[in-house]
Design a protein around this ligand. Structure first.
Ligand SMILES: *Cc1c(COP(=O)(O)O)cnc(C)c1O
Length: 490
């Protein structure tokens, strides 16, 4: 593969061009000088073939679910069926404007309504808001609803939220953004929330608890019934992080487990594309008693069967985005739900669980498995069993980062690494239900080869990737100070 390290500006040659226009029929009509640039814009001067090759090659440097296996734990990189794209591209949908009169967008409002009904059935919650545009945005929205619930009851002391130490990083971050204080509850050796550690934390200052179930270790919190009873007894609410709802889809409902509020990531569980920054959708579900606090606007069905947009509600938690949320994403999710139907949706969880356990069992003699039990949709290794440390001068063997870099050379996306924080060398693998056994076997084979390479020659891993355009950027600088603009070096 050839990589293109030049920018389109650097391919520029004076006078080269990729278009030709007929001479103007109205040469006398010129833009007024006041509207014209003083100096011409510095645009790249390139031919058509330069442009086509440049962008086609750039597009091929990208890695996505459409190009290969993407076992990124806690991200549910399942295949995005193309029928979703066809539905979202229908002109009756994609030409809508959010300010059109309600009477002219009844079909779109029905899409919201039907999606809400489907999600309510799947989760056991009563109502959903589609305003949030990401999972973390949903968490913030859910916590705002939680806070508004306590405020409206005059229960002003409840300013703390309990979050397990295994939680996704967005949970404590969302609580902090919402102005709530985060209290951490510990996990036991077996990876589950320690109920004995939770009990003394519960008092009249607790607004709620945020939980993920199965948690980020892919383990089902079996004591959720007791936890829900304890939390409700102290007057607090339960928030469910349903970003990775895949394993439970159609099998277990957060509403039945005792949760009052939850979010779903349509861009994970419901097969809408993600990665690279959006657009996403993190709808928030609530129990009926919280309806007065749902964000506005939202869609309601009238008695005569038409739909309208509710714009005001006195006790609403507020508004968290423009209009009704990312419509195109919601449409894709509804397409996915209807395409699978009740029977097939029930198979997503078991197949995702089978794939995860198959990989785990096939690799646990090469990679450390800190919690050796049947997992749900994902699981966590804690680095290599033999990291080849005895072969290096400094005594440092191959790390999880080195494994993640080396797997790129084999044509796979890396698993999630160094998360959750409970283990030092975490390597979190989530294959999803959409991969064939052949693909899983190829991945297992590559991971076994890497383990053998580490034992023999850890330097090979430490210098990986060997055939990627970018090798080892400083992650922090790359994330915080990305260079997104062309700087003219002239
Ligand atoms: C992905 C994820 C989130 C955050 O979702 P975004 O859409 O990235 O904001 C929250 N919690 C869990 C468990 C997740 O996996």
């Amino acid at each position: 593969m050839r990589y293109y390290d030049k920018l389109i500006f650097e391919l520029s040659k004076p006078g080269r061009t990729g278009y030709s226009l007929p001479a103007s029929k109205y040469p006398e009509l010129q833009l007024p000088a006041s509207l014209s640039r003083e100096t011409p814009a510095d645009l790249p001067q390139v031919s058509e073939v330069d442009v086509v090759r440049h962008y086609t090659n750039l597009s091929q440097m990208n890695f996505g679910v459409d190009t290969g296996f993407y076992p990124l734990g806690s991200c549910t990189m399942k295949y995005n069926p193309k029928i979703n794209e066809e539905v979202a591209a229908m002109s009756g949908f994609n030409s809508l404007h959010p300010l059109q009169p309600e009477s002219s967008i009844q079909g779109a409002l029905e899409v919201y309504y039907e999606t809400e009904k489907a999600l309510a059935t799947i989760t056991g919650l009563d109502r959903f808001t589609f305003q949030p545009c990401a999972g973390a945005h949903g968490e913030l929205t859910g916590l705002m609803i939680m806070r508004q619930y306590h405020i409206s009851r005059g229960d002003l002391k409840r300013t703390k939220v309990i979050v397990p130490d295994s939680a996704h990083g967005t949970n404590p971050a969302s609580a902090a953004v919402c102005g709530l204080e985060v209290i951490v509850v510990k996990s036991k050796e077996n990876g589950l929330v320690d109920v004995e550690d939770l009990k003394p934390l519960l008092n009249d200052e607790i607004a709620g608890i945020m939980m993920t179930n199965p948690n980020t270790l892919g383990l089902f919190e079996r004591e959720i019934g007791e936890i829900a009873a304890l939390v409700h007894e102290c007057g607090a609410l339960l928030y469910y992080d349903g970003a990775n709802f895949n394993p439970l889809l159609g099998r277990v409902r957060p509403g039945d487990m005792g949760f009052d509020i939850m979010h779903l990531n349509l861009h994970k569980t419901f097969s809408t594309p993600h990665g690279g920054g959006g657009p996403g959708s993190g709808p928030v579900g609530i129990k009926e008693k919280l309806l007065p606090h749902i964000p506005v606007p939202y869609v309601a069905k009238n008695e005569d069967g038409t739909f309208s947009i509710v714009k005001n509600s006195a006790d609403s938690a507020g508004t968290v985005s423009g209009f009704l949320g990312n419509f195109g994403v919601i449409l894709r999710a509804l397409s996915y739900i209807l395409m699978l139907g009740k029977q097939n949706i029930l198979m997503a969880g078991p197949l995702a669980t089978l794939s995860a356990n198959y990989i785990k069992e096939s690799l646990k003699d090469c990679y450390k498995l800190p919690i050796d039990t049947v997992c749900k949709h994902e699981f966590v290794f804690d680095g290599l069993i033999n990291d080849g440390a005895d072969k290096t001068e400094d005594g440092h063997g191959a790390t999880t980062l080195d494994v993640a870099k080396r797997i790129l050379d084999y044509g796979f996306h890396a698993p999630t690494i160094y998360f959750p924080l409970l283990f030092h060398q975490a390597l979190m693998i989530e294959p999803t239900e959409t991969e064939s056994k052949e693909t899983l076997d190829e991945f297992i084979d590559a991971m076994r080869k890497i383990a053998a390479e580490a034992a023999e020659d850890p330097a090979l891993l430490k210098s990986a990737p060997h055939n990627a355009p970018i090798k080892r950027p400083d992650d922090t600088t790359a994330a915080r100070q990305p260079i997104l603009k062309y700087k003219d070096s002239k």
